[in-house]
Design a protein around this ligand. Sequence first.
Ligand code: CA
Length: 348
Amino acid sequence: MLLAATIMVCGVLPLSAAEITLKLAHSWPKGFPIFATSVDEYAELVSEMSDGRIEIKVDSRNKHKSAFGIFDFVKSGQYDIGQSASYYYGGKDPDTLFFTTMPFGMTALEQYAWFHEGGGLELANQVYDKHGIEVMTGGNTTMQMGGWFNKEINSVDDLKGLKMRIPGFGGKVMAGVGAVPTNIPAGELYQALERGTIDALEWVGPSLDLRMGFHKIASYYYTGWHEPGTELMYFFNKETMQELPEWARSVLLNAAKLTSFNMTVQSQHESAVNWESMLTEFPNIEVRDFPEEVIEALRQSNRALLAQEASRSELSKKIIQSQSSYLTLVRGWTNIGDRAYLNNIAGQ
Ligand code: CA
């Protein structure tokens, strides 16, 4: 963090009008649609909301070269702010895996209610506080697709030995049914699938998958089960935040919250537009739901994994219980609200 001297010398204005300059690193290639552009918009919003008093310098992975290094960058203070997906950092702290999305878990809107009204953000901060990081929601992809496969999945046996790019708990659940999960950064996904390093991958959904070109190298596009509402996250170095005046902290956190809304809406829009393109321009894409037998096996694997995770520590147990009880609460309303509405008007 740079705090510019606010005293003018001999009436000469400082080169930058900003009083506070902060460095931000994100996980994505420069200008990567939605994910990286929403961070650029965040920096602009912070400047606007602070009347130019806060400037954020944004570095993409092209600059810092470490897509999955954001947690360490912010923890160490090398960067003041980061934007990434929490579930990339399970190797740093297994409890970070809970704060992106959960297989068979909450949808984007349900999860936002949990984060902002149901105690989710407090739990996330409890986990990150140990690492000197404060967090805020960063934007949602909305429903993610189950991924691209180079063969049809007709039974659980078809998943055995299948090498798939799938991060977070989704990957662990897949491992539970015999698949071989791995994580690969966005910029290397196409090549990995094309060269056969992996047999399948999940990335996001129509919003981002179409432009990645996966349909050219894998015909089967499966519907979702493992990432019903993937939330990106802003990380703030705690020491930086403590040194900032209250108005600046407020701008940084509230701009992140507003960016969450903006990115989520953009994801929904882009998925709608791109899904229509897929249907009309690429009719050879074979869209499939996983068979019931496969979904049931994944569900059992998920249950076993959560039971194991809950026994790991008091905090992991508390987080799993919070998510589980909030899911029951909020799904009750979703069922009689959204689900009933969609059923009522089915066929339109
Ligand atoms: Ca994904």
